[in-house]
Design a binder for this molecule. Structure first.
Ligand code: MCA
Ligand code: AMP
Length: 486
């Protein structure tokens, strides 16, 4: 299992990556990524400025070939989140596109510009380095928790290989598939499934750079066979497909439409089915576990569920007393726990959090679900109300509250999620402004949203801000978020 990308070693001339009008075959990718792998060999951990570009894909593949753990960084990341990630992961250097302007903590590192220009097809690549063992760390992906700053999830090569091969089986994913997507490349969905997946299969990916219904229609009308997206993207496609026959036709041509990262509402399933005659398949995963379950491409329609466990993955439901639930009655709710070769190793520098995340060998997902007689899981909620899924991004209420409290005009802050048709959930901030004699002018909603975007990331900014005279609290002084939501 050591070799992650057999098609690179075979120097296959088949197409591998396409971003806009730039592309590389597997053979060309072996050349450029192989050359970069040689330059970074011997490093332990490096950062990757993960713009949605060919360079990012080449950088990630080079690091995997060299056996160097890579920390993908959101190119829109804010100051305090970047400072945390760099201090926590201590990368020895950063890989970036040649013209990228890197912010402070990354600019201070030594830098290697990623060279991704296509070499002539006939040039045979130099032999690739031998790859490390299955347990070696491949990627460290930062993910939000309910409190505190994001944690670095250490993903071994074994988990990547396992999850991608399990999806090959569930989706009959082959080298003939051309994947289309527009997902960001600093998370599991876009980078591991969306870039490394096609490369492991020996197939190809067309990345759109930026999501639009027009770009999806164009690529699926050409040679795209699969589409990956988050529910917000499918919601926008569902809205548009109803009134745009050429988009509906393009979607109906795809072999597989796959949604994940959050729940796809039944209304969107139904609208897409009505407009295109095609069903969307949902799969369920997590940064810490990669993929756990999926509706199978060769199985019965199971819209509204996340399907059955993937090969090699053990999934169970556990009640509040910690007992496994045996019922397959589509009614008894329990927490999903997962065990298998798809799991992460640890949270970087956080043995406490790693220990708390496991129940024996089982990883506690925090997702609540039921199981039906066919073995399909249906997710019904989440244990922690302080985790918000917005546009498919997981965001902790606590990190936004801390960022808001660091604004000089804010005296008290609470953050909740509210249902949103487009984003699934929308971030809502509840603010009490500073009023003391030294207080400056009260901040506007826009200023607070910009502040969070600058400190953390634009997708973590509150979309609604309410100003209150006081936050509702219980006798112990704890904020009563239930009252805010009501
Ligand atoms: C807006 N922008 C700002 C501000 N407001 N920038 C700075 N300050 C501000 N105040 C910018 C944004 O950066 C962005 O720039 C543009 O305005 C629009 O931002 P936004 O409104 O947030 O975008 P959107 O239209 O709502 O995006 C919807 C989306 C996006 C495309 C669906 O949410 C998305 O890509 N989601 C994917 C999330 C994902 O991959 N999750 C996987 C993790 P610009 O226009 O330049 O972009 S979960 C996972 O991996 C697990 C394993 C799983 O199961 O998959
Ligand atoms: P992240 O921690 O960002 O990797 O997001 C993982 C979380 O996304 C899971 O714990 C689930 O709550 C959610 N999720 C992923 N896929 C699905 C899906 N198909 N349906 C519902 N929730 C999902």
């Amino acid at each position: 299992m050591n070799v992650l990308f057999p098609a690179l070693r075979d120097a296959s001339p088949a197409p591998a990556l396409r971003f806009g009008d730039r592309s590389l075959s597997h053979c060309q990718l072996a050349s450029v990524a192989g050359a970069l792998a040689e330059r970074i060999a011997g490093e332990t951990r490096i950062a990757l400025w993960a713009t949605p570009t060919l360079e990012t894909a080449v950088g990630a593949v080079a690091a995997l070939l060299a056996g160097v753990a890579v920390v993908p960084v959101n190119p829109k990341i804010g100051e305090s989140e970047l400072a945390h990630i760099v201090a926590d992961s201590m990368p020895s250097l950063v890989l970036a596109e040649p013209d990228a302007d890197l912010p402070g903590p990354l600019a201070a590192l030594s830098r290697i510009d990623i060279e991704a220009a296509a070499p002539p097809e006939e040039a045979a690549p130099a032999p690739l380095p031998s790859e490390p063992g299955d347990e070696a760390p491949a990627l460290i992906v930062y993910t939000s928790g309910t409190t505190g700053p994001p944690k670095g999830v250490v993903l071994p090569r074994r988990a990547l290989a396992h999850t991608l091969d399990a999806l090959e089986d569930a989706w009959q994913w082959t080298a003939d598939d051309v994947l289309v997507h527009a997902l960001p490349l600093f998370h599991v969905h876009g980078l591991i499934l969306g870039i490394l997946g096609p490369l492991r299969r020996g197939g190809s990916v067309h990345h759109l750079g930026r999501f639009s219904t027009e770009a999806v229609a164009r690529e699926l009308s050409a040679d795209g066979t699969m589409l990956f997206g988050v529910p917000t993207m499918y919601h926008r496609l569902a809205e548009e497909a109803g009134r745009n026959p050429s988009l509906a036709k393009a979607l109906s041509r795809a072999r597989l439409l796959v949604s994940g990262s959050a729940a796809l509402p039944l209304t969107d399933h139904e609208r897409i089915a009505a407009a295109t005659g095609r069903r969307v398949i949902e799969r369920y995963g997590m940064t810490e576990t990669l993929m756990n379950t999926s509706v199978r491409a060769d199985g019965p329609d199971a819209a509204g569920t996340v399907g059955v466990p993937l090969p090699g993955v053990y999934v169970r439901l556990v009640d509040e007393a910690g007992q496994a639930i045996e019922a397959n009655d589509a009614e008894t709710v329990g927490e999903i726990q997962v065990r298998g070769p798809n799991l992460f190793v640890e949270y970087l520098n956080r043995p406490d959090a790693t220990a708390a995340a496991f129940d024996g060998g089982w990883f506690r997902t925090g997702d609540m679900a039921v199981r039906d007689a066919a073995g399909n899981y249906r997710i019904v909620g989440r244990k922690a109300t302080d985790l918000i899924k917005s546009g498919g991004y997981k965001i902790g209420a606590g990190e936004i509250e801390n960022a808001l409290l660091a604004h000089p005009g804010v005296a008290e802050a609470a953050v909740t999620g509210a249902p949103d048709e487009d984003l699934g959930e929308r971030i809502v901030a509840w603010i009490v402004t500073e009023t003391g004699p030294d207080a400056g002018p009260a901040p506007s909603a826009e200023e607070l949203a910009d502040h969070v975007a600058r400190q953390l990331a634009p997708h973590k900014r509150p979309r609604t801000v309410h100003f209150l005279d006081a936050l509702p609290r219980n006798d112990m002084g704890k904020i009563l978020k239930r009252e805010l939501r009501a």
